[in-house]
Design a protein around this ligand. Sequence first.
Ligand SMILES: Nc1nc2c(ncn2[C@@H]2O[C@H](COP(=O)(O)OP(=O)(O)OP(=O)(O)O)[C@@H](O)[C@H]2O)c(=O)[nH]1
Ligand SMILES: [Mg+2]
Length: 278
Amino acid sequence: MGLFGKIIAKITGNVHATSADWDELENALLEADLGPELSAKIVKQARTVKADDATSALTQILSSTLSTKTRDVMRATSGPTTILVVGVNGTGKTTSVAKLGHYFTSQDRTALLCAADTFRAAAVDQLRTWGERLDIEVVHGADRADPASVVFDAGQRSVAKRVDFLLVDTAGRLHNKADLMAELGKMKRVLDKVAPVQEVLLVVDATTGQNGLAQARVFSESVDVTGIILTKLDGSARGGIALAIEDALDIPIKWVGTGESPSDFAPFDHNLYLQGLL
Ligand SMILES: Nc1nc2c(ncn2[C@@H]2O[C@H](COP(=O)(O)OP(=O)(O)OP(=O)(O)O)[C@@H](O)[C@H]2O)c(=O)[nH]1
Ligand SMILES: [Mg+2]
């Protein structure tokens, strides 16, 4: 049963919902990672809902907290559409780059992957292994190369090869490390000269809860984050962090990851998501 199941049953049955019921709903929203402010706001609005149209009124309340920005991928008018994938350590960036590659090539688009996580040799190997598995070329640099030079090479290669998508994997970085955040800006500036960046997608691990909101806030202060990939929704997370981020920062969730294989990935469907919550 969705988070609102009990409340909806009471309201539509014209049974008076007690303050204990509303407290229970607020706790459920908190447990689902909506955060204290948004949970309180939603409960306050939900208390005004009448029997006749309870479900649609609640859908409307939740819907109004979502971003109205497009969830479609922004495409380059000519040349490759470049997507920079960023985020803190271990959120699922490399896997998501591979999944994006798989998604686009399954739709008869061409793609090139760029291994700009040059901090660890293993990170380059991880993406190269994906590239072999998916039959997608991977551009990488020498060990410990400057990520800006690797993205420059990949940008040039993607233009020469006339691919539809250039998908750039970056090293995980803590959002409080100013130098590493500045490095992202540099990569973007370099790419903008050869293969302009259309999307900066922030990867957020749904299991980290409210921390995801803090990450989104700080990353979006350093780079223009155009969308979010919410990963690990196959785990215990209820995914309410999606609402919390969209409500607080107006950054649209564009994709969701639901497992470790390339096909465990889909565009975010906000209607399905709201139905799930309700
Ligand atoms: N269950 C599940 N696991 C995922 C998902 N996405 C990624 N993973 C797993 O999470 C782990 C980390 O994924 P990576 O793609 O290496 O994460 P990363 O952000 O590139 O990590 P760093 O480069 O070290 O910062 C791996 O074991 C992935 O298989 C997902 O949607 N669901
Ligand atoms: Mg990685």
